[in-house]
Design a protein around this ligand. Sequence first.
Ligand SMILES: *[C@@H]1O[C@H](CO)[C@@H](O)[C@H](O)[C@H]1NC(C)=O
Ligand SMILES: *[C@@H]1O[C@H](CO)[C@@H](O)[C@H](O)[C@H]1NC(C)=O
Ligand SMILES: *[C@@H]1O[C@H](CO)[C@@H](O)[C@H](O)[C@H]1NC(C)=O
Length: 402
Amino acid sequence: MWSTCPLLILILSLSFFPKSLSTPLETYEINLDLDPSVRYAGLFDLPNTNFNETVWKFYDEYFKDDEVLTDVLYGIAEKRGKENEEQQAEIEGLATMSKLPLPFVQGIQMLYELQTIMVPIVNFTKSAVEAEKLLPPEYKALSRIPWRGPGCTGIIARASDDTVYHARNLDFSPVDIMGNLVYNGVFTRNGKEVFRSQMVAGYTMAITGARFGDDGYAIERNTRYADHKGGFEEMMKNLFSGRPLNGWSLRKVLETVDNYDSAVSEIQTMPYTSTEYCIISGVQKGRIISRNPDNVAHLQILDQPNYKERSDYIIITNFDYFWGDVREWFDPTGGNGMFHPRRIAAQKYLNSTVEGEITYDDLWNTINDKGVFADTIFQAIINVERGVWDVSQPDTLPESQK
Ligand SMILES: *[C@@H]1O[C@H](CO)[C@@H](O)[C@H](O)[C@H]1NC(C)=O
Ligand SMILES: *[C@@H]1O[C@H](CO)[C@@H](O)[C@H](O)[C@H]1NC(C)=O
Ligand SMILES: *[C@@H]1O[C@H](CO)[C@@H](O)[C@H](O)[C@H]1NC(C)=O
């Protein structure tokens, strides 16, 4: 039913936003019937945004004068080579529009993958600085890549109305840049929505997406760090082998798979370039898939006893807490600082509810809890069964970014 709705109705349905305390996102239609090179042609004209100025600011502030960093980033992109024809045409279209150097636009497509090396610490006996020292010398400059995060919080809950809700924070710094690049992308064919995704201007891949329908699903990506020594080398090997970037594979799942079970099976088996979490919710279903590049490291499935006393929610931030990953204690991004993991703050809030009685408001309050909220640039509450896609930006962004 949803997939056949005219775009107009979908845009109208987006006019409901969770709270007056948040700012709605601008919506841009990405028409898959158009040649990929011109799909983003109107993106820089979207009202209430300044995407072109912002991507230039990003480049000018962090890359233009750092020859060593750009050499490394462009070198990796060059060694990797072009993306598949469709994605490459989109990337080249974006480079032409913005007039930014093509290798730069190419390089930032790898942001999720490269981010996995920016682990807060490698080992609690070593400092964060030493984590950088573990980078092979030729890649040391990557420690100056300005983006941090995508940190994130993802929660799937069976709520008091017995439907499945999905709540998400996307944490991504520098906030003054990233917060100014977010939009709601509606991917269409024949004038009808196929799927939608929260997007970052200049990046061609899905970050938080949903394909609505009777058996639809919503997905969220969270950064996951390698869980063993040698993870960095493995990821680089995959990058150079030309494996599709994680976000592109997920975008293709959204485009081609219309039901939850097939989406889950694709996401659990397709090759990833780097470690990553996929949080996927559907009608009466949900799971958190912890992916290694070649296999599934761990699954949390809604309604199964993931925690001792209750089974009505599952949660992930950026760490394998189910295995006691100590690194989450050294993540400074939550509102209560280091040694106060975002995940624990969120669980504290969720645990204060009665099992089976979690509400929309509880989820909203959880992702806005001081200890959970980080460099948050995007928030969503999604319910596939009810057709809810409440996406917004926190009002804590400086006035200039709204
Ligand atoms: C984006 O900004 C650059 C640099 O100012 C400019 O050359 C380019 O024409 C702009 N592109 C668009 C589509 O406005
Ligand atoms: C941390 O590193 C030390 C050696 O430096 C090692 O003995 C220890 O097992 C490591 N701990 C973890 C949690 O990786
Ligand atoms: C929340 O409740 C679950 C289930 O009882 C428990 O495993 C977890 O430790 C609790 N966490 C917090 C922070 O209260």
